[in-house]
Design a protein around this ligand. Structure first.
Ligand code: AP5
Ligand code: ZN
Length: 216
């Protein structure tokens, strides 16, 4: 079974939603650099304050900061069983850094899952996304609503909207995606590791397709 994977794709394609479900099903850690930055932001760390300036403008956080954070995460034992990288790497330089890092750990990548979606769908998904500041659960006001409006099903915390989830910032994030992240598709295609997944369907149907591809 393939357990060392990366999720790439535009913002709002559903990378995080899929990665969370698969992480539980396969018992491998979900490593989202976006979630890691948001945890720093919540705790008012120095790294959080730095990252905030970039995140709120829809820009990428500088590579050295992001790479160091991921390097540190790979020192934890749980990655030995596999990992789901979500939102990292995000440009060719980060991909090269990851290649070296994995080599140092005696690991290699099994698969890159490219989740695709249309720009209009992406904008609706992102502007309707709400998340739980306590447990990180992600909802959508129409597509995936909580049982009680505005309240997390798991711990009853009031849901919040990400600061970078406004329509204006999403347009910027999409531009950054096409200019900086899209070249990775070619990079991994050339390595024979890339699989495209249509992210426009139902969340659980997409999960089933991915599980099949992973051989789970
Ligand atoms: P990050 O947190 O990674 O955001 P992103 O890549 O823009 O991706 P999103 O979280 O917006 O989307 P997603 O694809 O995970 O969608 P989701 O499943 O939530 O990064 C944020 C920022 O951090 C970046 O802009 C950058 O500044 C910084 N950063 C992060 N990593 C970095 C890096 N490596 N280098 C530099 N900077 C970095 O779904 C979206 C919504 O749609 C949800 O409401 C969900 O419920 C709904 N939904 C999902 N799937 C479906 C479906 N199939 N049908 C209907 N609704 C669906
Ligand atoms: Zn919660």
């Amino acid at each position: 079974m393939k357990t060392r994977m990366i999720f790439v794709g535009p913002p709002g394609a559903g990378k995080g939603s899929q990665a969370k479900i698969l992480s539980e099903k396969l018992n491998v850690p979900h490593i989202s650099t976006g979630d890691m930055f948001r945890a720093h932001l919540k705790n008012d760390t120095k790294l959080g304050l730095l990252a905030k300036q970039y995140i709120n403008q829809g820009l990428l956080v500088p590579d050295d900061v992001t790479n160091d954070m991921v390097k540190e995460r790979f020192n934890e034992k749980d990655v030995q069983n596999g990992f789901i990288l979500d939102g990292y790497p995000r440009n060719p330089l980060q991909a090269q850094f990851l290649d070296t890092l994995l080599k140092e750990h005696g690991m290699s990548l099994d698969i890159i899952i490219n989740v695709t979606s249309d720009d209009e769908i992406i904008i609706k998904r992102i502007t309707g996304r709400r998340s739980c500041p306590t447990c990180g659960a992600v909802y959508h006001i129409e597509n995936n609503p909580p049982k009680v409006f505005g309240i997390c099903d798991k711990d009853q915390t009031p849901l919040v909207q990400r600061k970078d989830d406004t329509e204006e910032t999403v347009v910027k994030r999409l531009k950054v995606y096409y200019e900086e992240t899209f070249p990775l598709i070619e990079y991994y295609k050339n390595k024979g590791l890339l699989v495209d997944i249509d992210g426009n369907g139902e969340i659980l149907e997409i999960t089933e397709k991915i599980l099949e591809i992973l051989g789970a």
